[in-house]
Design a binder for this molecule. Structure first.
Ligand code: NAD
Length: 502
């Protein structure tokens, strides 16, 4: 089958964009390099995607620098209007975007239709509305002076994103950056560039001027690294693994660029003895298995009070086993493949890691079988760790892989919850108000969910502590990240006595 037929078979009506997007045009890489994008359902090629090199990054930076003066001085309301128009276009193209995202990532189509696409539109809409509401302040300083602050865009910003939620994560990054008046050089993950290139096309249609947004699919070690090092990029916003985040910090030291990092997690999902068990089971399933567990905020450590542990597992395990694994294009599918073969193998390798340290496999631990064997499938997997210090209780697996631990009392629960180097998201299930708020305060994480899990909203700050990174996406915090504050002093009618009277 040729690549056009593959797109048609996936129900796509418009051509798959596969070139770099620089200065408002789709172009090949300067050195002509390409990389095959594969369908994780069966590892067949979807497209040959241009792969940016250093010369392409330089071209994109030049285009962004050229566009910056006009874009940053445009009335904020007009920038906002363009983002609102983009949100409308995303909804008009919802089915096309959902199919493209499913084809490239393996997310079940029911999720890309219900969650990824509407949330992406919602994020651009939120920041479209924000553009003319984010403002400086007037500070009450000493008499005779007016002091106010300006919130200025940073300039050309680099953005590097992972493969687990390409549509949503690029909106979290590009929405606030554009609302604040920055120009962008963004590198999607090499595995999943397709929906981001489609968004570039829609941005032009919405009226984003040429050069304001540049999209460069390419390798992390080449284009990503060069973006992080680039002397004329003023800020880098990165989402990805903690190991790469450390490298980004080092690479950014040359021009001391502003750095924002959204890194890994090992979410603690604590179920107390007084929890509504049905709600906790339901919530815990989504917390770990949604998006095949490929979520930085996944509830990947399930901490159970010893008195309810068996009752919880008696409901949780059969429910997890019944999750419908299959072709992500099928609307009945509840769990699709992981995004690559390499990642599938990495996730499965943790089954042996668990066993070697005395862990017990309670469910799954196997790849997809029968017609799914050729794809990147992993069955829903649950292991009981022998100790909270075991690798499966400490390291991010980033797949449909839950680690179960038990605790005796609140002190032990908190100790285990806070006992990893990560600190992104965590949750708890309890009907005890005092305990709920105590844990919300004491848990070392950027987000805490009480009697729910994994809630996100464009208005609510998102980010971590510890090796989960620093800086926040979403809300007013994201606007602060994408601006720098300038303090302006005006002598209105102050008498300033001479400091060196003569
Ligand atoms: P990764 O770090 O391997 O890659 C992320 C991105 O960085 C990709 O675009 C990649 O090409 C690029 N990259 C790789 N090497 C680079 C380098 N030397 N310089 C610059 N860029 C480079 O991560 P991944 O495996 O793609 O994504 C999974 C990880 O992302 C997990 O650890 C997950 O927790 C994390 N994540 C965090 C959040 C969050 O908001 N905190 C959200 C989603 C995913």
């Amino acid at each position: 089958m040729d690549l056009k037929d593959i797109a048609a078979a996936a129900g796509l009506n418009t051509p798959i964009r596969h070139q770099l997007f620089i200065d408002g045009k789709f172009v090949d890489a300067a050195d002509g390099q390409t990389l095959a994008s594969l369908n994780p359902h069966d590892n067949t090629p979807i497209a040959e995607v241009a792969m940016a090199g250093k010369e392409d990054v330089d071209r994109a930076v030049r285009a962004a620098e050229k566009a910056f003066p006009a874009w940053s001085r445009m009335a904020a309301m007009d920038r906002g209007r363009i983002l609102l128009k983009l949100a409308d276009l995303i909804l008009e193209n919802a089915e096309e975007l959902a199919r493209l995202e499913t084809l490239d990532t393996g997310h079940p189509i029911r999720d890309t239709r219900m969650l990824d696409v509407p949330r992406t539109a919602g994020c651009y809409r939120y920041f479209g509305g924000m553009a003319d509401k984010f403002q400086g302040e007037q500070i009450p300083v000493e008499a005779g002076f007016l002091n106010y602050t300006l919130r200025e865009p940073v300039g050309v910003v680099g953005q590097v994103v992972p493969w687990n939620f390409p549509l949503m994560f690029t909106s979290w990054k590009m929405g606030p950056a554009l609302a604040a008046g920055n120009c962008i050089v963004l590198k999607p993950a090499e595995l999943t560039p397709l929906s981001t290139l489609k968004i570039a096309e829609l941005m032009s249609e919405a009226g984003v001027p040429d050069g304001v947004v540049n999209i460069l699919p390419g390798l992390g070690s080449v284009a990503g690294q060069y973006i992080a090092e680039h002397e004329r990029i003023a800020k880098i916003a990165f989402t990805g693994s903690t190991a790469t985040g450390r490298g980004i910090v080092r690479a950014s030291a040359g021009n001391l660029k502003k750095v924002q990092l959204e890194l890994g997690g090992k979410g603690a999902n604590i179920v107390f003895e007084d929890a509504d068990l049905n709600a906790a089971v339901e919530g815990s399933l989504t917390a770990i298995f949604h998006n095949q567990g490929q979520a930085c905020i996944a509830g990947s450590r399930i901490l159970l009070h010893e008195s309810i542990a068996q009752a919880f597992l008696d409901r949780f395990l059969p429910h997890a086993e019944s999750i419908r694994l299959g072709n992500p294009m099928d609307p009945a599918t509840e769990m699709g493949p992981l995004t690559s073969t390499q990642h599938k193998e990495r996730v499965l390798s943790y089954v042996d890691v668990a066993k070697q340290q005395g862990g017990e496999v309670l469910l799954g631990g196997k790849p997809g079988e029968g017609p799914l064997a050729a794809g990147c499938y992993v069955q829903p997997t649950v292991v009981r760790a022998a100790s909270s210090s075991d690798r499966v209780a400490q390291e991010e697996v980033f797949g449909p892989f839950a680690t179960v631990l038990t605790f005796k009392d609140d002190d032990e629960a908190l100790r285990i919850a806070n006992g990893t180097e990560y600190g992104l998201g965590g949750g708890l299930w309890t009907n005890n108000l005092q305990r709920a708020h105590k844990f919300a305060r004491e848990m070392r994480s950027g987000m805490v969910w009480i009697n729910c899990y994994k809630r996100v909203n464009p208005g609510s700050p998102f980010g971590g502590v510890g090796v989960s990174g620093y800086g926040r996406e979403m809300g007013f915090d994201a606007m602060r990240e994408y601006t720098q504050v300038k303090s302006v002093w005006v002598n209105v009618d102050a008498h300033i006595p001479s400091y060196y009277p003569r």
